[in-house]
Design a protein around this ligand. Structure first.
Ligand SMILES: *[C@@H]1O[C@H](CO)[C@@H](O)[C@H](O)[C@H]1NC(C)=O
Ligand SMILES: *[C@@H]1O[C@H](CO)[C@@H](O)[C@H](O)[C@H]1NC(C)=O
Ligand SMILES: *[C@@H]1O[C@H](CO)[C@@H](O)[C@H](O)[C@H]1NC(C)=O
Ligand SMILES: *[C@@H]1O[C@H](CO)[C@@H](O)[C@H](O)[C@H]1NC(C)=O
Length: 826
């Protein structure tokens, strides 16, 4: 008898008298914890108790991280009703209600939860390792547990993995994030994210009642226009919509710890815990540019972050108020040039104009059906006079579902993802256009093509790139080759194709004074470049390609069109081309400040490039290369990055030139070796020089050299230092090892430099020039490293450390002499 008795007694004592010295994760009905005591989840991930935020002395009941980031609060109970002293107490009532009391049992907060049937069931509240604080109703066996209440249903400013955000349609519960008032005050602040269900569900970010920005609707892959949700290896976003609930949540795919927080000053940040530096880094910032400002361009306007000004009217529309529009006040938006005639008697029906690759317009006034096809959607829209446009709901597998707008189209932005909209337009308006809505037979090829080619985003938060990268790379490996045939089909539907002008040889030769030597402004890897002036006074740069192509002219044209489609603020814009017998000529925008080497290596001119400008140039080049590598629709490896190929506009912004040409001149297949090495001595990576193997990492190498040249103002290939035979890379490496990196910096930068940025640039550059391609970071990491403050990995010894290594390279038996064609820089 006694044998049985003792353990039972012990068990009861354990429950009723929790020891303050043992970390518990659970309290039972009628138990309490006082200010000073805490609950700790089983794996010690989270802790719950009373705390004072920031400089405040007020006490709040909250949950914070314990094992990592100790004290970072993720949830607060009595946000609006602080306790001013240490008399606070959390108590679980018999009926399942959780209350916070202060002083003389004054209730300051209540979960308002109750157990419906007062059976003999056990009510407990438990802090889980997920960060959720849950009131359970357990049956006697302790097996069946009903959730009566959970803190996950009442988010504060933070969302944790697997926490739902959205609406419960049965209970009416709306789970949304609200910011704190200030770092010292967790009361409900100005900012909130609310879920709008008036049309197809979408999320708004508000400041008070003012709509700041819109997270576009779910498109099967992510939220339209929201880069941070692209597929990535770190977390997955889920969107669920059924009769019972509409919500989204994220779950972690790796061991990275992530939280999403709406900061008191209105930023939605995706934060990752980095154990190495013991800190959170911003992985993504949900609102990133001016095009995210809600309806910046007004009704029927389209915002493009790459255009200046960013707002344009949709095809067939014109500014409602031209004066305001031209004064950069786009709020009144655009109106139709030709009225719709939905009920036209003579059988003339409205048609649709496709706008490709957009964040779809505001869906508050919309109608949807998830099972309709795009064809049915078109019919439905056509036959309903209030329908202004339509699109697919789910863009996967060629698109499905029907979303129809019944009002003005607001808040559309150009966005390089495979989501298109079809806007209603008068038949007369469509007549004059090159590509009215194309027929269905072609659509399939195009969609396939579009799906095969990875999606792209022009100049977004660098984070975006990380997310997309994985998907893209796998596609690109398969894709590698570009398919001229498909490209042709697709190009018929590309709007900016019209921008690519065909110049006659007469025009070009007239513009350049018959290619007069005095107009020659340079000699690139692919031929001489002339300055020219068109009849209308526009200045142009004319590149006369030196090699005759073995391809047909059609193919050449197609390739040029592909290059023309590469548009980024850090790439030189191709304006047109000219083909005449053996002459192949490309016409570019003219860059007033010519190339970077003219400044960098000139004693007096280099003084005009201060540190902020150089840092800006480094960033710009990095973004441009990143775009070529990952975000253009074709993966482009530049293969000849060097200061001479970096041009500067009037404001000293860098623009990369000669991109895409290597493709034409060297080969089409990026997955295999090239027959001929194109590159420039001093910038060329070992695997490329020795084995003719190029990859995006060869460009990374060249970029690293570029950065060292920009920081030091010295050419890699001409570098000499009395002390040793190292080249610039070797010199930089030596200084780095000795902790004297700052000595690499050009003396002219002393007055303007930001030391930490200089050191970071050098460090990143050294990572880029490491011998083994696999050690070198991707361009994405480079961009990230340049902008973040986080610790950087240690670089290994660079390739082509000194002149010796070049000589070794030349004497390598495996090198076929004819394989290496080093194009010497001017
Ligand atoms: C509980 O109900 C009271 C009174 O209706 C309300 O003021 C309070 O906000 C509710 N508490 C929670 C956590 O919803
Ligand atoms: C409790 O467990 C017993 C035996 O395991 C089972 O027969 C009984 O149905 C369970 N009760 C509940 C409420 O689940
Ligand atoms: C959605 O479309 C399908 C197919 O056209 C149709 O069968 C269904 O009734 C529609 N649902 C609604 C709610 O209109
Ligand atoms: C157009 O469609 C919407 C949504 O189905 C409907 O409410 C509206 O009455 C329709 N209008 C016309 C003119 O058919």
């Amino acid at each position: 008898m006694e044998d049985h008795f003792i353990p039972i007694l012990f068990f009861i004592a354990f429950i009723i008298l929790p020891s303050p010295f043992t970390a518990l994760d659970t309290i039972y009905a009628n138990q309490e914890i006082k200010d000073g005591e805490t609950l700790v989840s089983k794996g010690e991930m989270f802790e719950l108790g009373f705390f004072s935020p920031g400089k405040s002395k007020n006490r709040y009941l909250g949950i914070w991280y314990k094992k990592i980031s100790y004290g970072t609060v993720v949830w607060v109970a009595n946000r609006e009703t602080p306790i001013i002293d240490r008399s606070g107490m959390l108590k679980l009532n018999q009926n399942g209600n959780l209350v916070v009391l202060s002083g003389e049992n004054l209730m300051v907060w209540s979960s308002n939860s109750t157990v419906s049937t007062l059976s003999n069931n056990l009510v407990v509240v438990q802090l889980l390792d997920t960060g959720n604080f849950v009131v359970w109703n357990k049956d006697k066996n302790g097996t069946n547990q009903d959730v009566i209440w959970q803190s996950f249903d009442y988010p504060s400013d933070t969302i944790l993995p697997n926490q739902k955000v959205g609406k419960d349609l049965v209970t009416g519960l709306h789970r949304s994030m609200t910011s704190w008032k200030s770092p010292d005050d967790p009361a409900i602040g100005e900012y909130s994210n609310i879920h709008d269900m008036s049309g197809y569900p979408q999320t708004f970010r508000l400041r008070g009642d003012v709509l700041l920005s819109r997270l576009g609707p779910w498109n099967g892959i992510g939220f339209s226009g929201f880069p941070a949700d692209k597929e990535n290896q770190i977390y997955a976003t889920k969107f669920v919509m059924n009769e019972k609930e509409i919500y989204h949540s994220f779950s972690l795919k790796s061991t990275v710890i992530q939280r999403v927080v709406l900061t008191w000053d209105g930023k939605t940040l995706f934060l990752h815990w980095i154990e190495r530096i013991k800190d959170w880094i911003v992985f993504a910032d949900a609102v990133i540019d001016s095009c995210d400002r809600f309806s910046l361009c007004g009704p029927y306007g389209v915002c493009s972050i790459n255009k200046h000004p960013p707002c344009t009217c949709m095809q067939g529309f014109e500014p409602q108020n031209r004066e305001e529009w031209e004064a950069s006040d786009w709020a009144s938006g655009c109106i139709r040039k030709k009225h719709l005639n939905c009920k036209n008697e003579n059988g003339e029906r409205d048609g649709f104009w496709k706008i490709a690759r957009v964040k779809i317009p505001d869906t508050r006034r919309s109608w949807y059906n998830v099972s309709m096809t795009l064809g049915e959607c078109e019919m439905a829209c056509k036959s309903n006079c209030s329908c202004t446009g339509y699109t697919s709901i789910d863009i996967r597998n060629g698109g499905s579902g029907c979303l129809m707008w019944l009002d003005e189209l607001l808040d559309t932005r150009e966005y390089d993802v495979n989501q298109d909209i079809y806007i209603r337009m008068a038949a007369v308006e469509l007549e004059g256009l090159v590509n009215p809505q194309f027929d269905l037979s072609k659509k399939k090829t195009i969609l396939t093509w579009v799906l095969l080619t990875s999606s792209a985003v022009i100049f977004l938060s660098v984070v975006v790139y990380a997310c997309r990268k994985i998907k893209k790379q796998s596609h690109m490996k398969k894709q590698g080759k570009w398919n001229v045939h498909d490209e042709k089909n697709t190009s018929m539907h590309m709007e900016h194709l019209d921008d690519l002008h065909f110049f006659s040889l007469y025009e070009v030769s007239r513009a350049t004074g018959n290619f007069n030597v005095s107009n020659k402004i340079g000699e690139g890897g692919f031929g001489p470049v002339y300055k020219g002036v068109l009849e209308d006074g526009r200045e142009i740069a004319v590149k006369r390609l030196s090699e005759t192509s073995q391809q047909g002219l059609d193919e050449f044209r197609n390739e040029v069109i592909c290059i023309a489609k590469l548009q980024h603020r850090n790439l030189v814009k191709l304006l047109g081309y000219c083909i005449h017998q053996n002459e192949l000529i490309l016409i570019y925008e003219y860059m007033a400040n010519k190339s970077l080497d003219r400044f960098l290596f000139d004693e007096t001119k280099s003084l005009m490039l201060n540190w902020p400008q150089r840092f800006n140039i480094i960033h710009g080049i990095a973004r441009g290369v990143l775009y070529l590598h990952q975000d253009s629709r074709l993966q482009i490896i530049h293969r000849d990055l060097k200061v001479g190929n970096i041009l500067l506009d009037n404001d000293m912004n860098p623009k990369i030139s000669d991109f895409g040409l290597a493709r034409k001149f060297v080969g089409h297949d990026t997955s295999t070796k090239t027959k001929k090495v194109v590159g420039t001595y001093g910038y060329i990576s070992p695997e490329y020089a020795v084995h003719g193997r190029f990859s995006i990492k060869s460009d990374v190498f060249s970029f690293g050299v570029l950065v060292l040249e920009i920081v030091s103002g010295m050419r890699n290939k001409e570098f000499s230092n009395g002390d040793h035979s190292d080249n610039l890379l070797g010199h930089a490496w030596r200084l780095y090892k000795e902790g004297r990196s700052i000595e690499l910096m050009s003396a002219s930068l002393h007055a303007s430099c930001v030391i930490s940025d200089v050191l970071r640039s050098i460090h990143v550059a050294l990572l880029c020039v490491q011998h083994h391609a696999e050690d070198r970071p991707t361009m994405l990491s480079v961009v990230l490293m340049l902008v973040s403050d986080g610790a950087l990995p240690e670089p290994k010894q660079p390739a082509f450390f000194n002149e010796e290594s070049f000589r070794e390279l030349e004497s390598l038996p495996s090198v076929d002499e004819g394989m290496i064609t080093l194009v010497y820089a001017r």
